[in-house]
Design a protein around this ligand. Structure first.
Ligand SMILES: [Ca+2]
Length: 364
């Protein structure tokens, strides 16, 4: 996950991962380098490795900003500089990651109806019901421990990766390095995630080159960024390790833990159907964003009411979902809607998760 800060457009993310995973751009072009164990890496980089990297045109190990980053990692976390430089000499720039992370062009007209159809598809619904049945014990345990109902967790894992079928084929160290040093718009964020990834790899004794993920470096069934793994992931099955790539129990617990940490309120609704007098009067509410801050009586001043009962002190936000050239869809978002948007900062995403969750719960 949650990745949270990063996902300007998770729609794009999941779909692009799915698309790219089958295409040449996502396949690693290089053969896999020898395992690099950072915890024990010591000694000077092998000259041949550096020479090979330079010949391939990667060159990260020679760049001043990478060397500064390496020095910082050594100072702050005790990494061996030589080991990191050797690693960077084998990292490959991934241009597909830069293409895919770029925001959609301004003329692109988003459509909630199209987005919704993409994620409430028969395959995802069928596999969601199957996942729920197979993982019922862990889903119930997570619900008990974190207060997040099973259908929400099942829906998130479905939207993120279709229950582990689309976890991404990008080598995580390549895309994080590329975005950290060759995508200035998000350099701070991705340098921080690269730092988190190196720490995560060391703590988990992982070969840094072995982990695959999305073009943005999100990992495993729930697509957590490395920083989110270190902050929010949990060992739900209690086997002593947190494993989000192959262990559904830990993925389930980690999604629930993430939502609980980001304000999920047990037993409360996610959204309300709404009525309104005129679209023009909604503009200030759209402008106010998706953080819930208006009571239902405050919303009445803008001609807005709820079609369902709402507690008088429930903070609400107006959720606007454009439909291309058609009429936009509007809902009132409760704090739990906002919590889902912390997983991925998109109203489209959060609403698709909620609608898929509802559908799964109704069919079960
Ligand atoms: Ca575990």
């Amino acid at each position: 996950m949650p990745s949270h800060l990063l996902r300007a457009a998770l729609a794009a993310l999941v779909v692009a991962v799915a698309t790219a995973a089958g295409g040449a751009a996502a396949k690693p072009r290089a053969k896999r380098p020898a395992a690099t164990a950072l915890a024990t890496a010591a000694g000077a980089p092998a000259p041949s490795a550096v020479a090979r990297a330079a010949a391939d045109g990667t060159g990260y190990a020679e760049r001043a900003e990478v060397r500064a980053f390496v020095a910082e990692m050594a100072e702050r976390h005790g990494f061996a500089e030589s080991g990191l430089l050797q690693m960077f000499s084998q990292v490959r720039r991934n241009d597909a990651a830069i293409r895919l992370i770029a925001p959609a062009p301004p003329e692109f007209r988003r459509s909630w109806a199209a987005y919704r159809a993409r994620f409430l598809d028969p395959l995802r619904i069928r596999e969601g019901l199957r996942f729920w049945n197979e993982q019922e014990l862990w889903l119930d345990l997570a619900a008990q421990r974190f207060g997040v109902p099973p259908e929400i967790v099942v829906a998130i894992i479905g939207v993120e990766t279709l229950y582990g079928r689309m976890t991404g084929e990008f080598r995580v160290v390549d895309v994080l390095t590329t975005l950290a040093f060759d995508y200035p718009q998000r350099a701070d964020y991705f340098r921080s995630e690269l730092e988190q990834y190196l720490l995560y790899s060391r703590e988990s004794a992982l070969d840094v080159f072995s982990v695959r993920g999305s073009f943005a470096g999100a990992i495993g069934l729930p697509q957590f960024m490395p920083g989110s793994i270190r902050r929010f992931a949990v060992d739900l099955d209690g086997d002593g390790s947190v494993e989000l790539r192959s262990n559904p129990a830990d993925a389930i617990g980690s999604v629930a833990s993430f939502l609980a940490t980001h304000g999920w309120r047990s037993g409360e609704p996610v959204r309300f159907e709404m009525r309104f007098d005129s679209e023009a009067r909604l503009a200030p509410l759209v402008e106010a964003g998706i953080r819930p801050q208006f009571t239902i009586s405050e919303l009445a001043e803008y001609g807005v009411s709820s079609a369902e009962p709402v507690a008088p002190d429930m903070p609400l936000a107006l959720v606007d979902l454009p439909n291309g050239d058609g009429a936009a869809s509007y809902y009132l978002g409760a704090p739990n809607f906002f919590a889902i948007t912390r997983y991925n900062r998109s109203s489209f995403y959060a609403m698709a998760v909620y609608e898929l969750a509802r559908r799964l719960a109704a069919l079960r």
